[in-house]
Design a protein around this ligand. Structure first.
Ligand SMILES: *[C@@H]1O[C@H](CO)[C@@H](O)[C@H](O)[C@H]1NC(C)=O
Ligand SMILES: *[C@@H]1O[C@H](CO)[C@@H](O)[C@H](O)[C@H]1NC(C)=O
Ligand SMILES: *[C@@H]1O[C@H](CO)[C@@H](O)[C@H](O)[C@H]1NC(C)=O
Ligand SMILES: *[C@@H]1O[C@H](CO)[C@@H](O)[C@H](O)[C@H]1NC(C)=O
Ligand SMILES: *[C@@H]1O[C@H](CO)[C@@H](O)[C@H](O)[C@H]1NC(C)=O
Length: 394
């Protein structure tokens, strides 16, 4: 391609992004535009920001909403998300409900998301090595760094944790690869507990089967990051999903619900412009492929580099399996019957392998899908009371 063509494409892209961003800023409601600290202040619980540096150099943002209770509570978000997830429902959010009840709240941001797209030496825009991570690194590096800071700042010996979706999976990575962390976690409340992914329905099951080809294509195209806030893709998502007439049908009914499970009563059109102000944010392509591998290999194991790569990395043709027997910390599983991602059947496999499940809660909301666990409009009716009861009981 001639250099002039490339220049024209670049200029065209620049103006598309600019035009889309301008229209989006007008379209998004205030809560779609505010960041975590601004939302926390707006809803009456100002937050303090901390920076955490992991052993391998990633710089993560950690938010703290101080409370009156002694044992800190750490909340960890899911895939394509940030700490915003816990607070974007405003006065109806779990963050506000927990803060109103006096809990000392800490909100993690995993490497790569909009608050943690930062490293001591690698540049996320230029260095592919920045994006060379998956749930293994979230669990092995990010969680221990975050947990140690929370314990250090509070002087507590243990914390309680709430992990949503992949934000629960990575606690199993941590506790099986660094078992000494079991004694720093009093109880983990696992919401929509993803681990095994072999019983998900189509279309996600189809994507999982196709994932080796999709991953290879992404790598060939040098796509190592997906969901970046300032990307063209993200601009289009915001632009289309906020259209009053067709946004809900396209983005929620046709794209989101087939993957998460259908529950239009808990996610109404009015919330979509707020949601897409915060979702998606960056993840690594490698993380998505690692999740897919867990699905098609039907094994909860480290990243599979292929025989030759595995021998180099692990001295074994197969990647090491995470030993769930080593996850001895107390676990509460909270499951939605209508969750297409963390299905009841896959959670059953997980439950059999975890040695210390102290409670298994099937959501009383029978239509509870994957999103409802944190972003359902009435999440404080069908999830929060169980969380409070667990936090008070253990
Ligand atoms: C949130 O936005 C405010 C105002 O722009 C800014 O000062 C603050 O640093 C932001 N916080 C984070 C965590 O991005
Ligand atoms: C949130 O709820 C509190 C207490 O009910 C109320 O005082 C406040 O005005 C509400 N905030 C917003 C922004 O709606
Ligand atoms: C990513 O990490 C793996 C193992 O840690 C290594 O083999 C591989 O070369 C790395 N890739 C890049 C692009 O840095
Ligand atoms: C926190 O870390 C600092 C610096 O390493 C140390 O001096 C302090 O004693 C620690 N505090 C607690 C409560 O562990
Ligand atoms: C690699 O694995 C083989 C066979 O399990 C073992 O004998 C050898 O010591 C291992 N090498 C390293 C470097 O760990």
């Amino acid at each position: 391609m001639a250099a002039s063509n490339i220049l024209i494409i670049l200029i065209f892209n620049f103006f598309t992004v600019y035009a889309l961003k301008k229209s989006i800023n007008v379209l998004l409601p205030e809560d779609g535009r505010l960041n975590f600290t601004q939302l926390a202040t707006k809803y009456g619980h100002p937050a303090i920001e901390y920076e955490v540096i992991t052993e391998d150099g990633y710089i993560l943002k950690l938010f703290h909403i101080p409370g009156t209770k002694d044992r800190p509570v750490l909340l960890v978000h899911g895939t394509f998300e940030s700490a915003d997830t816990w607070i974007i429902r405003g006065n109806l959010s779990q963050a506000v409900a927990l803060a109103n009840s006096g809990y000392d709240l800490w909100f993690g941001n995993l490497r790569g998301n909009k608050y943690s797209r930062n490293h001591v030496s690698l540049n996320p825009d230029d260095d592919d090595a920045f994006w060379n991570f998956s749930l293994q690194e979230y669990g092995f590096y990010d969680l221990p760094a975050i947990i140690d800071i929370v314990l250090n700042k509070t002087g507590a010996e243990m914390l309680n944790a709430i992990g949503y979706s992949q934000g629960n999976t990575i606690f199993y990575v941590l506790c099986s690869t660094r078992p000494e962390y079991n004694s720093k976690i009093n109880v983990l409340i696992a919401l929509a507990p993803i681990c095994y992914l072999q019983n998900v329905p189509p279309p996600l099951s189809t994507l999982i089967q196709l994932s080796p080809q999709l991953y290879k294509l992404a790598i060939d195209l040098d796509i190592t990051e997906i969901g970046y806030d300032n990307s063209l893709l993200n601009a289009y998502i915001k632009f289309i999903c906020t259209r009053a007439k067709i946004g809900y049908d396209i983005c929620i009914q046709s794209l989101a619900f087939p993957i998460t499970g259908y529950d239009s009563e808990e996610l109404k059109p009015d919330f979509v412009p707020v949601l897409v102000g915060h979702f998606p944010t960056s993840v690594s392509t490698k993380d998505l492929y690692h999740l897919a591998q867990i699905g098609f290999r039907k094994t909860f194991a480290q990243f599979d580099y292929g025989s030759a790569g595995n021998i180099k990395k692990y001295n074994s043709t197969l990647p090491p399996v995470y030993n769930l027997n080593l996850v001895t910390t107390k676990i509460v599983l909270y499951v939605g019957l209508n969750d297409f991602l963390a299905t009841v059947a896959d959670v059953a496999i997980l439950r059999l392998q975890l040695p210390n499940v102290v409670r298994y809660i099937l959501s009383p909301r029978l239509k509870c899908n994957h999103i409802d666990h944190v972003n359902g409009e009435h999440v404080n009716d069908y999830v929060f009371p169980y969380i409070r009861d667990v936090l008070e009981s253990y």
